[in-house]
Design a protein around this ligand. Sequence first.
Ligand code: NAD
Length: 336
Amino acid sequence: MKLLVTGGAGFIGSNFVLYMIKKYPEYKIINVDALTYAGNLENLRSIEGHTNYSFVKADIADKTALEPLFAPGDIDAVLNFAAESHVDRSILHPEIFVQTNILGTQTLLDLSKQYNINKFVQVSTDEVYGTLGDTGLFTEETPLAPNSPYSASKAGADLLVRAYHETFGLPINITRCSNNYGPYQFPEKLIPLMIQNALQDKPLPVYGDGLNVRDWLYVEDHCSAIDLVLHKGRNGEVYNVGGNNERTNVHVVKTILEELGKPDTLITYVKDRLGHDRRYAIDADKIRNELGWQPQYPYESGIKETIRWYLNNTEWMEQVASGSYQQYYDTQYKDR
Ligand code: NAD
């Protein structure tokens, strides 16, 4: 198989490329990534020079740059991870989210249709469903009701993917996964951000009352789900992915402090995020029952392993946390 993976230098994309190269060393993988602030080729250093892996720096909305990759006509599947992915940034700059997440996806869909690829997998998020109250789970039938510019742009992309299937018969699947944690996550997201601050004895900014609930999944379990969908997903179907690990944000933060031997007094409650979704929780029965997906990493050990990874990779943390991220961080939290 020859796969075109977009966003492969980001958190989940790089974990997926590493997972696939290890599991299917005979597959050819082209990683297309624009290397925004969130893309880091350092994540893929261990496979640099691998005969079946190549990297192309390109924007997924740039058809001229992408067409030569499709033109030989030998790409079997496109897996679209590339996205602007941070909700807080989408509140500050929605336009780049529309550009990458919607127009970029449409460009990939056009090329996939033109060159008759066999499968287009759109890596989406449970955030397209909006927010839950204290009970209930998102199923694949839950209506889309995105609340942030990020989730709205992902929902827009999902609808285009669906439309290319209905209108043009493009073979597609959409996966909608809950919050991921694991190695190589950019330190603006909750878990690496809190680890980094705690290590430096800086305040740990927690939004609102800290009781927003997220359903956490170890990134490798997300990768195995996408692998299954790629190979066995029924054409045109959506698959929710989640590990039944609902935790409040403050619970996650306290686990980190406990693991690092730091005091809870570092927790600082800050003004809530605008439009902050209260609770996400996934019903993943469809992918479990239809495709036999089983997550392998229990949350309690996965989170501890992840904390250890960041402790053992402080150089990586420092490198990605420097430069443009630092500037962003200052703007983001200066009034809080
Ligand atoms: P990330 O921000 O870590 O990585 C995104 C990658 O996309 C980066 O390497 C970046 O350089 C690249 N990129 C951005 N704009 C691009 C463009 N115009 N052209 C080419 N490349 C571009 O994101 P992530 O957390 O790894 O998320 C990957 C995908 O999974 C996203 O589509 C996201 O919506 C989805 N998702 C994420 C989570 C999560 O918890 N992180 C959960 C569910 C779904």
